[in-house]
Design a protein around this ligand. Structure first.
Ligand SMILES: Nc1ncnc2c1ncn2[C@@H]1O[C@H](COP(=O)(O)OP(=O)(O)O)[C@@H](O)[C@H]1O
Ligand SMILES: [Mg+2]
Length: 302
């Protein structure tokens, strides 16, 4: 039987303060105007449903401390004549405020799990509840809105808009919500200072190092105060030292802001800051460990 963990959170933190909406998943690289237009369109389509979408969705049974419940997740990809079972019956609870690492070799299903949990893709079978809401009960618009409200995304390749400055990149999710530019700029500057880039506000991504770009991406993920940050291989493009800095930054966000961090990785540096580690292999959970039980060795799994 696959492990389902429903005990008390190892690092319970009070539910995070009021969230605001952003639709920046950071997934759409490329042409700026297309990206801006796409964000604007999503925003205007969703804004009329803003406050009732989540309240009208059927809430699940209240389970204190559990922020994400995944049950019996399966994902089958069909490509040409080939079938890939990327996830096979994965069940897991994620606790509010914890730093959870999903560890496993390349191709083990980390990103697939991540995409299900983040509402970026739909499972072939099974369910995901976030804040007690079953994601499959939400319409596309509600889901977009829900992601906006609750989740910040950080990706391996940063996914910043190349022609915009660090400040503009971080402001964007707030502007899409109609936050006044002066307020958005002030908050963006403050977030960039928080990630150590107070002196790089007006640099474009190509004028920043990889680690700095990833810190901009983290600041952008925080723009609308999400309760969850999903970070998919956030250190994969970084050297050892810079990767360590990013990991520590994510860990401090978890501690200081009470944000739940879920990081998919095969970077063993992540072990030392994780409250729990979920080891996956061939689309299944192999085991789940608490930090105190982990023997830490720096390295990566190939
Ligand atoms: N869109 C897709 N179409 C077909 N196969 C896919 C797709 N995405 C992932 N896969 C396959 O699913 C498996 C798990 O992939 P993934 O979740 O990306 O692994 P990881 O993130 O651990 O490297 C791999 O065998 C991969 O080739
Ligand atoms: Mg991956």
């Amino acid at each position: 039987m696959l492990p389902v963990f429903s005990g008390p959170a190892p690092n319970p933190v009070a539910k995070h303060a009021k969230t605001r909406c952003t639709d920046v998943s950071g997934r759409f690289a490329g042409d700026e105007s297309a990206r801006v237009a796409s964000f604007r369109k999503a925003y205007f389509r969703t804004v009329s449903l803003m406050m009732d979408a989540i309240e009208t969705a059927a809430p699940g049974p209240p389970r204190s401390n559990v922020i994400i419940e995944a049950r019996g997740l399966r994902k089958v990809f069909r490509l040409g004549g080939e079938t890939v079972e990327a996830l096979r019956n994965v069940s897991l609870d994620v606790f509010t405020g914890e730093y959870l690492s999903i560890m496993g070799p390349s191709g083990s299903g980390k990103s697939t799990f991540f995409n299900m949990v983040g509402g970026l893709d739909v499972p072939t079978a099974g369910s995901v509840r976030v804040h007690g809401i079953d994601l499959k009960t939400l319409s596309q618009v509600q889901l977009a809105r829900f992601r906006c409200l609750k989740i910040g995304y950080v990706f391996q390749s940063y996914n910043l808009i190349p022609v915009q400055t660090a400040l503009q990149n971080v402001m964007l999710p707030m502007l899409f919500l109609g936050t006044p530019p002066s307020e958005a700029a002030k908050k963006a500057a403050s977030l960039l200072s928080e990630v150590g880039l107070g002196d790089r506000l007006h640099h474009r991504p190509d004028q920043l190092s990889g680690g700095q770009q990833q810190r901009v991406a983290i600041a952008r993920a925080l723009a609308n105060d999400p309760s969850i940050i999903l970070a998919d291989e956030p250190t994969a493009n970084l050297d050892l030292h810079t990767g360590q800095e990013i990991i520590e930054k994510l860990a401090s966000l978890s501690r200081e802001r009470g944000v739940t961090i879920i990081s998919a990785t095969h970077d063993h540096k992540m072990l030392s800051v994780s409250d729990r580690i979920v080891w996956v292999r061939s689309g299944e959970i192999e085991r789940v460990e608490e930090r105190k039980d982990i023997k830490i060795e720096v390295g990566t799994i190939e």
